[in-house]
Write a protein of this length. Structure first.
Length: 278
């Protein structure tokens, strides 16, 4: 829900880093020290139960992640196998592949959900200490930035779908609502993307005066208001509709065109303009 902000208030920031964080300690709280044979798997006996631990170096060559990568290319590896190469080893009872399968399972098997996991979340997995956790976080961030590079190629906004593709990398990991304004010139080309506000789980406040001030400072002739719904719901709230109406009327007063108000989620978008509500 995105509603009009009646007054600007400073936002309180809290640290994202634990006070107990100790760099490059690769042991989670209460975890045993990792064994050098950890990058492997347990062998099953005739009864189907695990009886001994077999290092990955003793796997069939075509099953070893590194050898598989060299022989068949990165596309032949599963996500867990790729991450296993990055983290290097697992534990005395679990291979790096199995360890990453466990982590990915907690993310519903979706890579984009890895960005939701914090350092504190990752070190809760037995076998993942701070060094491994930082490696996973860094890899997930690289993937996110790759998506942002693709979205940065979109410089002209003709449809709400263009807005959704441009904003997707920005909203996919957010757990709180935020609002932005895309400032455009006469040819619907992007002049600037400006963050207007950061809110809570279900709403964010927007000051229409600040929005118009940004538009005037950038010599924008039109703009698109954007906010996200972390819940994934594409249904606009009453406050969303009220803000759209107020912003539209205020923009008309200064001869600036409000093109659209778009609600963006990980799975899609809602356009007030396409629904005939602007």
């Amino acid at each position: 829900m995105c509603r009009e902000r009646t007054s600007l208030q400073p936002l309180k920031r809290t640290s994202m880093i634990s006070k107990s964080f100790k760099p490059f300690n690769d042991r989670g709280a209460g975890q045993a020290k990792e064994e050098p044979m950890a990058f492997g798997r347990a062998a099953a006996g005739s009864d189907g139960k695990e009886h001994s631990y077999v290092s990955i170096k003793n796997w069939a060559e075509e099953d070893r992640p590194r050898e598989k990568l060299m022989a068949k290319g990165a596309e032949s590896l599963t996500n867990a196998e790729l991450f296993a190469i990055l983290i290097g080893n697992g534990t005395a009872k679990k291979s790096a592949v199995e360890l990453m399968q466990e982590v990915l399972k907690s993310c519903d098997g979706k890579l984009r959900n890895l960005n939701h996991l914090t350092l504190q979340d990752l070190v809760q997995f037995n076998g993942i200490g701070e060094a491994k956790a930082l490696t996973i976080i860094a890899a997930a961030e690289i993937g996110k930035r790759r998506m942002m590079e693709d979205s940065s190629d979109i410089t002209q906004f003709r449809t709400a779908a263009d807005v959704q593709r441009y904003m997707q990398p920005m909203v996919q990991d957010l757990t709180l609502e935020k609002s932005w304004v895309l400032l455009l010139n006469n040819n619907a080309r992007l002049l600037s993307c400006v963050t207007l506000s950061s809110g809570g789980l279900t709403e964010t406040l927007v000051d229409v005066r600040l929005l118009l001030k940004k538009a005037l400072l950038h010599d924008a002739t039109s703009f698109i208001l954007v906010h996200n719904h972390p819940s994934g719901s594409l249904k606009p709230s009453r406050a969303d509709a009220d803000l759209t109406e107020k912003a539209h009327k205020a923009a008309q007063a200064v001869n600036i065109r409000m093109v659209d108000h778009v609600i963006v989620t990980e799975g899609g978008y809602y356009s007030f303009a396409e629904e005939g509500k602007i």
